[in-house]
Design a protein around this ligand. Structure first.
Ligand SMILES: Nc1ncnc2c1ncn2[C@@H]1O[C@H](COP(=O)(O)OP(=O)(O)OP(=O)(O)O)[C@@H](O)[C@H]1O
Ligand SMILES: [Mg+2]
Length: 512
């Protein structure tokens, strides 16, 4: 059959019928139907814990379904499916948790177990492997070297390697579980280009994302899951933001204005930063933070935002400048920060701060050990109370504190990392990209929590690339560019576009 005839043939690329799944407990998927065509970009959406990753794991043979039928290119896939079988069929997947092998090069990861051999010899032809890998990289225009070692790459670059791995395996279905959550906007744009190219090549792309704008822009069809059930399949013409959200969470979200009013605080200064600099990262940073104020920090990825907040919390040193906290000189350091009532929610939460083999209670308890320990003894009751509080605050599912964190959905794991800080008695909370990977309903809950904390007098520094989020919840916004504060929005109205322009160095009056 020709490519064209294949694409038009009535046989679906992937067909799942009445899929049921439970992991030795409640049903995670119930009677789910799901279908994909060749050359289709299909988005799978739903709240954290809705069952998206589980459905994908079933298709890719990582876990087995309890019942239901599955067909790939018209051929049935048995219940005893496996990862290798899926690969052989031509199903490739890029997971939420990256799966590259450290200590090896990009080329080695791309050709793992399929390395080209020297003719007639059992040895790997390293030269050929590297040049094939480089060809693939260049064909898609990535800025990587075949010989780069994984450990030296940023998270975003590692993700591009994952994508290349899928492309290299000649798949006819490529599955991406939140591929853009750690990509910069340029890298995301590149990825969208790649996805469209895959589509042109007749490859089906199954796409999971909590970034709704992406879903609208990219998808040919959208399947919505809620609590393990398929609630709708929308065709291109039916894809409307409000409708998808309503289907996902079962209610409507308030309309939000696109113009936001900044306000100066007249409350006492909690933190004063003067001339803070760190060679190659940021320089000459001056600002004051007031009690109960939410100070947003905008800027492009790489503008020094994360570096700045890490230095303020005392994880990384700074070279010069000074900090005052509550009117006294303050030398940033992690132990002192914790004692002083700072909380810090870091950006790369997938790598930090979660212990998968320990329960939610244990994970929350460890961060709050100072609160739950009295005279050397840990209070189990207090620990459990804290866990319940975090679960309630962010609507973590399942709401059972004894569940191992490794068994939670990706978004619910994120909520644990955020939640274990929000329940502390804090004076100053620093959050770096707090809602990446978190569904739209839970985002709202988190914003309300930030607002409540601020009302109670807690000062918050919010680093965010999510412009609606930044403009909506900040009282005041600093924009960083190339390590310096290029603009402050402290009064009057501000739009997302204003912040984006400043981030890119475009200032009113043509100044740069
Ligand atoms: N290995 C496991 N053992 C037990 N329960 C699990 C396991 N993996 C997932 N679950 C449960 O299955 C449900 C669905 O999880 P899944 O990871 O499929 O959600 P998701 O839609 O991908 O969510 P997210 O947007 O947060 O990534 C959740 O309630 C989760 O706790
Ligand atoms: Mg998931």
């Amino acid at each position: 059959m020709s490519e064209k005839a294949l694409a038009d043939s009535p046989v679906a690329l992937l067909e799942c019928r009445r899929i049921n799944k439970s992991y030795n407990g409640p049903m995670v998927l119930s009677e789910v139907d799901f279908s994909m065509k060749r050359g289709e970009i299909h988005a799978l959406v739903g709240e954290n814990g809705a069952g998206k990753s589980t459905l994908i794991k079933i298709v890719t043979g990582v876990t087995n379904r309890n019942s239901g039928e599955m067909l790939f290119e018209g051929r049935p896939i048995g219940i005893e499916h496996s990862k290798t079988a899926a690969q052989v069929l031509g199903i490739a997947v890029i997971y939420q948790e990256l799966s590259l092998i450290h200590g090896m090069s990009v080329a080695q990861n791309l050709f793992l177990t399929r390395e080209p051999r020297l003719p007639g010899l059992p040895f790997i032809d390293i030269g050929k492997m590297n040049s094939l890998a480089q060809e693939l990289i260049d064909r898609y225009g990535f800025t990587l070297k075949a010989t780069d070692v994984i450990d030296s790459l940023s998270i975003a670059q590692r993700q591009t390697v994952e994508i290349l791995k899928a492309l290299n395996s000649k798949a006819s279905l490529v599955i991406m579980d939140e591929p853009t959550s750690s990509l910069t906007s340029t890298e995301s744009a590149q990825l969208f280009g790649i996805i469209k190219r895959l589509k042109e090549d007749g490859i089906g792309v199954l796409y999971i994302s909590h970034r709704m704008e992406e879903v609208y822009a990219l998808s040919d069809r959208v399947t919505v899951l809620r609590d393990g059930r398929k609630v709708a399949v929308l065709e291109k013409a039916e894809i409307h933001p409000e409708e998808i959200i309503r289907l996902m969470i079962g209610r409507k979200l308030d309309d939000r204005d696109s113009v936001h009013t900044m306000r100066k605080s007249d409350r006492e200064v909690v933190l004063e930063v003067k001339g803070l600099s760190s060679e190659g990262k940021f320089s000459g940073i001056d600002f004051q933070l007031h009690a109960g104020e939410i100070l947003g920090i905008g800027g492009l990825v790489g503008s020094g935002r994360t570096e700045l907040v890490r230095a303020l919390y005392g994880i990384d040193p700074h070279d010069s400048g000074s900090v005052e906290y509550l009117g006294k000189p303050w030398e940033p350091g992690v132990a002192g920060s914790i004692r002083g009532g700072f909380g810090f929610i870091p950006e790369e939460r997938r790598l930090q701060g979660i212990m998968g083999l320990i329960s939610m209670t244990g994970n929350i308890g460890i961060t709050n050990i100072d609160v739950i320990r009295k005279m050397g003894f840990v209070s189990d009751r207090k620990e459990l109370d804290l866990a319940r509080k975090a679960i309630g605050l962010l609507n973590i599912k399942p709401a059972d504190p004894s569940v191992l964190v490794g068994n939670l959905s990706g978004g619910n794991q994120q909520k644990i990392v955020v939640g274990k800080w929000l329940i502390r008695d804090l004076k100053l909370l620093i959050v770096d990209e707090p809602t990446v990977g978190i569904d739209i309903g839970a985002k709202e809950e988190m914003y309300q929590t930030f607002a409540r904390l601020a009302e109670a007098g807690v000062s918050i520094i919010l680093v965010s690339s999510d412009l609606p989020e930044l403009t909506r919840i900040s009282h005041r916004i600093l924009v960083l560019r190339k390590g310096r504060i290029i603009k402050e929005f402290s009064e009057g109205q501000v739009t997302e576009e204003d912040v984006l322009k400043a981030s890119s160095g475009i200032l009113p009056g043509g100044a740069k």
